[in-house]
Design a protein around this ligand. Structure first.
Ligand SMILES: CC(C)[C@H](C(=O)O)[C@@H](O)C(=O)O
Ligand code: SF4
Length: 467
């Protein structure tokens, strides 16, 4: 049993009681909601005549269904319009703060909460969305929950949860040029497996994470869930405090110093005990790309698609399925594979630093003939910031489309979809079959820089050759 970790401290501080089931009733400091998983939760509340207990601890935005081109209302897709109206009405009725399209702060829920300063160290955060683990980058304990749990949090501001084990995932050293936070997490998931984290919270520790910006830490924590972990976090430090200072909802004036002292006290103790520790070396991490149908099927860009013999027996069936679906041969290089669509965006890699990095590689180059490439900022604020730096112009001059904020082709619950067997180079977090909107569409996950490298060469390429 872990002891003295940030996870233990935050968990204990938010424990309301132990339920007859043995689960902990955990207080949730911040509840984030979006249009997909909240309508039924509100309906269940209404059926029971319940109210939202703490509307001031609930924050809403719309992201999944928002079109990134024509945002005129009513939306062309009537189901999307219905979800939108339902969220609008629920927020109005329950007096919930709602960042709607055009508010200036709308965007993907995991992008806007940090940028507005809602996400803070030591909090418990829940959202009806699996990538809620993102917020752990701040030293918060953040869970993705299902719709019935969204109802529970709306009604009681608490959740019934079993305590997790804590695994310290340590990475030390400086990343080589062309290697990004995305590569670090793809490497970790490749090594520990997509189910490796089941039952665990992942504490990301070591000098590699200490050197990362908050946005890089968010990229890593975002995909903790893809490695099976229920949540992932980084201990808060000066980088965290610098990021938060001055944000709209960060503590102000005298409250700030108090908050920082408090946040510092929550860091894992040097003598903390973990249920497990794994250690990686940053020098071993290359630009990494998935070749298959799970985020764990990753290889370094210059490696070959693994042959069945190279894989553990329990990974061979899913590999066989992946060769077929992806139309890739065991032992073939991934580099040089032709791509059809290139997408930079999502809650993994749709922040301003991602767009800046993507623009560096797009500058002075051209999207290859026959490739559709587009850039989707993670929020209205990211979009505005990018435009004030002229990044949009760099992208457009290079032949990329510049879109409005939303989840876009990350999961294609909106008009941005692959067609047929198209192969997509994507900065998002899931490469499941049919994920990007076409039942037979194919996805390769990679860093934004690698997506741009694919866009300008028309094929899977090693970004280090463009440095
Ligand atoms: C629609 C939503 C419930 C879903 C999630 O839980 O993560 C989505 O955001 C995703 O990335 O697949
Ligand atoms: S960007 Fe993708 S992963 Fe993130 S919340 Fe939207 S659909 Fe889910």
């Amino acid at each position: 049993m872990s002891k003295g970790t940030l996870f233990d401290k935050v968990w204990d501080l938010h424990t309301v009681g132990i339920l007859p089931s043995g689960q902990t009733q955990l207080f949730i400091g911040l509840h984030l909601i979006h249009e997909v998983t909240s309508p039924q939760a509100f309906a269940m509340l209404r059926d029971r005549g319940l109210k939202v207990l703490y509307p001031e601890r609930t924050v809403a935005t719309v992201d999944h269904i928002v079109p990134t081109e024509n945002q005129a209302r009513p939306f062309a897709d009537s189901l999307a319009e219905e979800m939108m109206q339902s969220l609008e009405q629920n927020c109005e009725e329950h007096q919930i703060r709602f960042y709607n399209v055009g508010s200036g702060s709308q965007g993907i829920v995991h992008v806007i909460a940090p940028e507005l300063g809602f996400t803070q160290p030591g909090m418990t955060i829940a959202c009806g969305d699996s990538h809620t683990s993102t917020h752990g980058a701040f030293g918060a304990i953040a869970f993705g929950i299902g719709t019935s749990q969204v109802r529970d949090v709306l009604a009681s501001q608490t959740l019934a949860l079993a305590k997790l084990k804590v695994r310290k995932v340590e990475v030390n050293g400086t990343l080589k040029p062309g290697v990004y936070a995305k590569d670090v997490i793809l490497h970790i998931i490749r090594k520990l497996g997509v189910k490796g984290g089941v039952g665990y919270a992942y504490e990301f520790a070591g000098s590699t994470f200490e050197q990362m910006s908050m946005e890089e830490r968010m990229t890593v924590c975002n995909m903790a869930i893809e490695g099976g972990a229920r949540c992932g976090y980084v201990n808060p430090d000066e980088v965290t405090f610098d990021y938060l200072k001055g944000r709209d909802f960060a503590p102000k004036a005298g409250a700030w110093d108090k908050a920082v002292a408090w946040w510092q006290s929550l860091r894992s103790d040097t003598a903390a005990e973990y249920d497990d520790v794994v250690i990686f070396d940053a020098a071993d991490i290359a630009p990494t790309i998935t070749w298959g149908i799970t985020p764990g099927q990753g290889i370094a860009i210059n490696e070959l698609v693994p042959t069945p013999e190279m894989l553990p027996a329990d990974e061979q069936p899913i590999a066989a399925e992946a060769y077929r679906y992806m139309d890739l041969q065991p032992g073939q290089p991934i580099q040089g594979t032709k791509v059809d669509v290139c997408f930079v965006g999502s809650c993994t890699n749709g922040r301003i630093s991602d767009l800046r990095e993507a623009a560096k590689f797009a500058q002075g180059r051209q999207v290859a003939e026959g490739v559709k490439a587009f850039i989707v900022p993670g929020s209205e604020r990211v979009k505005q910031q990018a435009e004030s730096e002229g990044l949009d112009k760099i992208f457009v001059a290079a032949g990329f489309e510049w879109r409005e904020p939303g989840c876009s082709m990350c999961l294609a619950m909106n008009p941005d979809k692959l067609e047929g067997r198209q192969l997509s180079a994507s900065s998002s977090n899931r490469n499941f079959k049919g994920r990007q909107g076409s039942a037979s569409g194919r996805t390769l996950l990679m860093s934004p820089a690698m997506v741009v490298a694919a866009a300008v060469t028309g094929q899977v390429s090693d970004v280090r050759e463009l440095l």
